[in-house]
Write a protein that binds this ligand. Sequence first.
Ligand SMILES: NC(=O)c1ccc[n+]([C@@H]2O[C@H](COP(=O)([O-])OP(=O)(O)OC[C@H]3O[C@@H](n4cnc5c(N)ncnc54)[C@H](O)[C@@H]3O)[C@@H](O)[C@H]2O)c1
Length: 340
Amino acid sequence: MRRHDGAYAKIPGEANLKILVTGAAGFIGSTLAGALLGRGDEVVGLDNFNDYYSPARKRANIAPLLRNPRFRLIEGDFSDPAIARDAVAWKPAAIAHIGAMGSVRYSVKNPALFVQVNIVGTANLLEAARLAGVPHFVFASTSSVYGQTDKIPFVEGDPTDRPLAPYPASKKAGEIMGYAYHNMHGMSFTALRFFNVYGPKGRPDMMPYIVTDSLVHGKEITLFDAGAMRRDWTFVGDILEGVIAAIDKPLGYEIINLGRGEPIDMNAFVHIAEEIADKKAIIRVAPAPASEPKVTFANVDKARRLLAYNPRVSVREGLARFWEWYTKEAMAPPATASTD
Ligand SMILES: NC(=O)c1ccc[n+]([C@@H]2O[C@H](COP(=O)([O-])OP(=O)(O)OC[C@H]3O[C@@H](n4cnc5c(N)ncnc54)[C@H](O)[C@@H]3O)[C@@H](O)[C@H]2O)c1
């Protein structure tokens, strides 16, 4: 439950939880861990600080958490089963498995890495959870599992057996493995399909960062399909509301979209960023790669019903908050862009 001051409140009378957050140094994981600590929970964070993007940025993300006595960091790789077992040995009430390799286009070049981290790693954590008797597992999945489709908005029951790249295929595998653990061991498993998450601490390989950074430094921005691709940009604060509600409420086995439900095309997105930065973009257009869907568009009825989810932050407001963070944190841009 989110209060109007932005903090995440507990349901009155509820005890503090012990929660394992994987990917705790990343964009969403560090924001989630901070929000859970903020409401009084005890958090163990697991991250391997890989160099897909700057490990220094991940250290900066996690620095404020390390000052909290209710936070403990395990530095390690969950695709090693011994690390996964260690991370779960303290018997958390729930695992928020946020850590992953997360870029569609990087997965095309590095499929084995995505199998190892996203499939083997998730299987390791599920098995470790079973051995330790952890009853509840929340899994960060993605809108990319819907692939290329004209059927919009995306509903959880839509076909997801045509992923466009290894990344969504690996996330789909995680969703399915979760069902096996629910079926065999009664573990509660909630897969949350995030749609194009952005906000402060946002990933430097994603369009909100790249567009902002390019505007500031007068660099060219590549837009696929002449900017016609539509994305359902969802502010991280809204996503967290859904994630925390999912942590608090074991549901058996569920797959739930967390998006905003109001996609905009990339031209409009860049235009808003131009207004916020008060700069003009230099645009280069290119054909979209086969890994990119034309649209992402969440139907969030199920999240509203099961998690009282209510996304509130418009792209204009969210990008303004991103801008505020970015202008205090100037860092070098990465080489490739991603919208997932
Ligand atoms: N950002 C989005 O728009 C978006 C959209 C859909 C789904 N997701 C999913 O949300 C989750 C978080 O995404 P993010 O944008 O915060 O990405 P991120 O890259 O910032 O965070 C992922 C973190 O996981 C860590 N990690 C990766 N492999 C690991 C391993 N083997 N062992 C331990 N730690 C490991 C990384 O070091 C990183 O800190 C991911 O599962 C991603 O697939 C994100």
